[in-house]
Design a protein around this ligand. Structure first.
Ligand code: TRP
Length: 459
């Protein structure tokens, strides 16, 4: 691994440099949300029109919430729960529940996220052993996906394995674990992503995929598309659960939050677009309709094409390695939120917190892993959704929206937008940020909650 200065693993542990912070925070943001969820959400909502909507949500809601979280973290130097008490003008404990909800949400997201991350490990293993070297029909690929996610042993073991990989980094602390891993993983990720996207765009027939991503058809949009776009913006930027409060606390005082935050948002959004440029042209080149892929899109559709590409096995290995690395830097941030809380508020030793949280999370991952075919009762619980889908809707969408609402109300109206601005020491368009955090974000997130409650329509 790269050279890093000697570090202490005590509470004063911080990111060693701005680049280190940006890579770690971008690593949190860039994940399965960008490469797995973004392409199929865009495809389900008609492609380019959804992409524009998503970009709008990133600018109007994502960046303001990101800056609100980072300033809370850095000003307080605390974990997601402690920050709400430390910044309360009366020192009241009344807002701590927002951070508490965030910790629970992070724990819950980590549990189902590591199941999907486990699938990426399974697929990487198959790509390495040449399983995609033979022509694979869409039906065969679908059957393979079902057998992988429906296998009780493989899916549980892979989720557990992924949690162990995550714990191994987080136990090393902020600069010696998270930052050090991010500095290796993120550049590797970016190189693989760009190589794969260039390959995809230059495939014969790939141009249709580029048009699909950039030529909007607004008639495909519905009210639900707007909800999905906002949910996607929050999820993709790791917002609404105190993840960026936690990372902000590790950022040194002299760094400018505006620059760092905008860099992270640009990185994340750029990666989502480049991931679209990797996935859609590849699908169009071999005549697969992306609209019908759903959550299986990258797992089912992509493996059908590897054998048709020059150096297809290398392409397949790189593609799934990319997914593994993207997921890994994200699970690290999810676990860190829980660990920072246990250490900061409960006085646990870091090592105990890491293994305790990992074990608890594994227990909650098991039903998600088993809900994809292994145990039919978990496959269609309430509302005909699987346990994993329910976790994803409840925590990956609803709880993040509630969290973003509460965080912006707290920063805008309780702690005070002025104080947050001071913490950022100089933010271009600061006045626009104040309006966003006090008015636009609370109204937009509250609107989404009211829509959900009124229609029962969960994105
Ligand atoms: N942003 C990550 C992704 O797009 C997932 C993630 C990591 C996350 N940490 C988070 C989502 C905190 C919400 C909150 O895959």
């Amino acid at each position: 691994m790269s050279l890093t200065p000697p570090t202490s693993k005590t509470s004063g542990d911080k990111f060693g440099s701005r680049v280190g912070f940006i890579l770690a925070a971008a690593g949190s943001a860039v994940g399965l949300g960008n490469i797995w969820r973004f392409p199929y959400s865009a495809a389900e909502n008609g492609g380019a029109a959804f992409v524009l909507l998503y970009l709008g949500c990133v600018v109007i809601i994502g960046v303001p919430v990101l800056l609100a979280e980072l300033s809370m973290g850095r000003a307080s130097g605390k974990n997601a729960v402690g920050a709400f008490e430390a910044l309360d003008p009366e020192g009241s404990r009344r807002w701590r529940w927002v951070g508490g909800l965030g910790v629970v949400t992070g724990f819950a997201i980590l549990s189902f996220y590591s199941v999907v991350a486990g699938w990426t490990l399974s697929y990487l293993g198959r790509a390495l052993t040449g399983a995609f070297g033979e022509p694979l029909s869409a039906a065969q690929s679908g059957a393979l996906f079902e057998s992988v996610i429906g296998s009780p042993v493989e899916s549980v073991l892979m989720a557990g394995g992924f949690l162990l990989l995550t714990a191994a980094v987080v136990r090393g602390g902020v600069s010696g674990g998270i930052e050090r891993a991010s500095k290796v993983l993120m550049p590797a990720f970016f190189v693989m992503l760009v190589v794969l996207a260039v390959r995809a765009v230059t495939l014969p027939g790939g141009a249709a995929g580029v048009r699909y991503l950039f030529e909007p058809d607004f008639s495909a949009l519905t009210a639900t598309s707007v909800m999905s776009a906002m949910g996607q913006a929050l999820f993709s930027l790791s917002l609404g659960m105190g993840g960026m409060i936690t990372y902000g606390a590790y950022l040194q005082k002299h760094e400018r939050l505006g620059t760092a935050g905008v860099a992270v948002a640009l990185f994340d959004t750029g990666v989502a677009i480049i991931a679209g440029l990797m996935v859609f042209p590849t699908l169009f080149a071999v005549g697969v309709d992306p609209g019908k892929g759903g959550p299986g899109l990258v797992f089912v559709a992509m493996p059908t094409i590897f054998d048709q590409l020059p150096a297809g096995q290398a392409f397949g290995v790189a593609f799934f390695a990319l997914l593994v690395v993207a997921a890994w830097t994200s699970t690290i941030s999810l676990l860190e939120v829980v660990v920072a809380y246990l250490v900061g508020e409960r006085g646990w030793k870091r090592e105990t917190a890491v293994w305790g949280a990992t074990a608890g999370c594994f227990a909650l991952a098991v039903p998600s892993a088993l809900s994809q075919g292994a145990v039919p009762a978990l496959g269609e619980g309430a509302l005909g959704k699987s346990f994993l889908d329910l976790m994803s809707i409840l925590f990956g969408n609803v709880a993040l929206t509630v969290g973003a609402l509460a965080i912006t109300v707290f920063v805008g109206w309780r702690w005070g937008a002025r104080k947050a601005l001071d913490e950022m020491n100089g933010l271009p368009l600061g006045a626009a940020w104040v309006v966003a955090v006090k008015v636009v974000c609370p109204l937009a997130t509250a609107g989404v909650m009211i829509y959900i409650l009124a229609t029962g329509n969960f994105f």
